[in-house]
Structure formats: C-alpha cells, structure tokens
Design a protein around this ligand. Structure first.
Ligand SMILES: *Cc1c(COP(=O)(O)O)cnc(C)c1O
Length: 237
C-alpha cells in the first residue's frame, strides 16, 4: 500500500501545492473567497498509483474521461473508495450509464436528456443522489460534444425534475484560445447561461470550467470547479 510505483510520485505534493497557489492567487485577484473554487485532479491516462500518490498528498476529488479506464481504476482503489470522490468528465454513451450510475459521485458531461433519464433510473437507491452538470458547447464547434446553448434551458428544467439526481450546474470545454481575454470570453458565456437559468428559477451552484492553461480566466468568470490534469500529474504519456 505504501510502495508507490508511479515514478513522479514525489513531485505530486509540490505540483498540487503549485496549482492550489494559482487558484488562491486568482481568487484573491478577483475578490473571491479562497474556498469558492474546488480543484478536480484529472487523472485520465494516469495509473491508479498516481491517484494513490495524490491521495497521499491530501487530494480527494478525481476526474476521469474514459468510462472503462475509470472503472478499472476505481476497482483498483476500493480500499480508498469511501474517501474519494470520482467525477466523470468525458463522453457518456447509453450503454455505459448503469456502470456510471453505480460507480461515480459526479457526472459533468451530460449532453442529452435521455442520458440523464437513464442515470436517474439506474442510480442505486442506497447511494446519495448523483451530482450532475450539463455540458455546453459554448464555442459552437462541430466536433465538440455538448448541448447548444439555446437547448440548455429546456433540458435543464427536465433534468432538474428527475429523482436520484442533483443538477448542480454547467460544464464546458471551450476551444483553445490565446490570451487571457479570449479565454475569458468563452467562460463568460457559460456564466451568463447559468445566471439566466437561475433567473428562471433553477438553483444551480456549479460552473465546471478551466483547465491547466486557462484556470485563471475561468476563475475570473466564476468557475467553481477547475479540472486540472497536466499541471497536477505532469504530461500524459
Ligand atoms: C483532459 C481534460 C482536462 C484536463 O486538461 P489539462 O489541460 O491536462 O489540465 C479537463 N477537462 C476535460 C474534460 C478533459 O478531458
């Protein structure tokens, strides 16, 4: 349990501290409370031992993109299960919803009502409600998954009414943008969409936006969860 195979394990505490420092500095700069932004460590393509090392450094919340890879990792870390929070941030197909409903705490990447309905039906009653975000294609890229902004209000109202789920907010993966102001524009669009939904009577508290390269711009626009892979674990192999 203590022998860590993950080679850069000794670098993890420093990397985590560095990312927490970036988050704290951005919160300070934009007048936000230091605890208003959570760090989700994106462990996709990293071995279970990397997650174990991050756990050893005090981290608890992990994001995964690929369902099967995540299930294998969750199984390899069952001894830590009660202390870990697993977030799915990658594409979710209908045939995988049951496994996800049974294994994860959060899903950020819901982009169809049908997927949410299946998760709602399949979430075991013994578990707390599955925490959910709707993924929005803010940049309007053809290749990206996510709801078109215009479709979000109707889907959000329907998802919010489903049992066994708790709709928390919105998630986006904007097209890569150069420079702070360009990065900020895409994040602003997601924030404005969330504010519009809340003005219509929803009570959403989560903006899942910002990654290694743009977390400061995301925090400037109100991000509450930054999803950070490379800056925590190093380059993916
Ligand atoms: C990989 C990934 C991240 C993390 O990206 P980094 O640039 O490594 O920080 C965040 N969100 C999603 C959806 C991802 O797929």
């Amino acid at each position: 349990m203590t022998s860590l195979q993950y080679p850069p394990a000794r670098e993890l505490p420093g990397r985590l501290a560095q990312v927490h420092g970036r988050i704290a500095a951005a919160c300070m700069q934009w007048g936000r409370a230091g605890d208003s932004v959570r760090l989700l460590a994106v462990s996709k393509t990293q071995p279970a031992d990397a997650v174990r090392a991050a756990f050893g450094a005090g981290h608890r919340a992990f994001g995964e993109n690929y369902v099967q890879e995540a299930l294998d990792k969750i199984a390899a870390l069952t001894d830590l299960r009660a202390q870990l929070e697993w977030h799915l941030i990658g594409p979710l197909q209908s045939n995988k919803t049951r496994a996800v409903a049974e294994a994860f705490d959060w899903v950020h990447s819901v982009d169809r009502l049908k997927i949410a309905q299946r998760l709602s039906q399949q979430r075991p009653p013994t578990l707390p409600p599955l925490q959910l975000c709707l993924q929005v294609n803010v940049s309007g890229e053809e290749s990206k998954s996510g709801l078109a902004p215009a479709d979000v209000p109707e889907v959000a109202r329907a998802v919010a009414a489903l049992p066994r789920l708790h709709l928390r907010g919105l998630m986006s993966i904007p097209a890569p943008a150069q420079g702070f102001e360009a990065q900020r524009a895409a994040h602003r669009a997601l924030r404005e969409l969330l504010e519009a939904l809340n003005a219509q009577g929803l009570a959403l508290d989560t903006l899942s936006m910002g990654m290694s390269d743009d977390l400061e711009a995301a925090i400037a626009e109100g991000s509450t969860i930054v999803r950070v892979g490379t800056a925590v674990f190093g380059a993916r192999g």
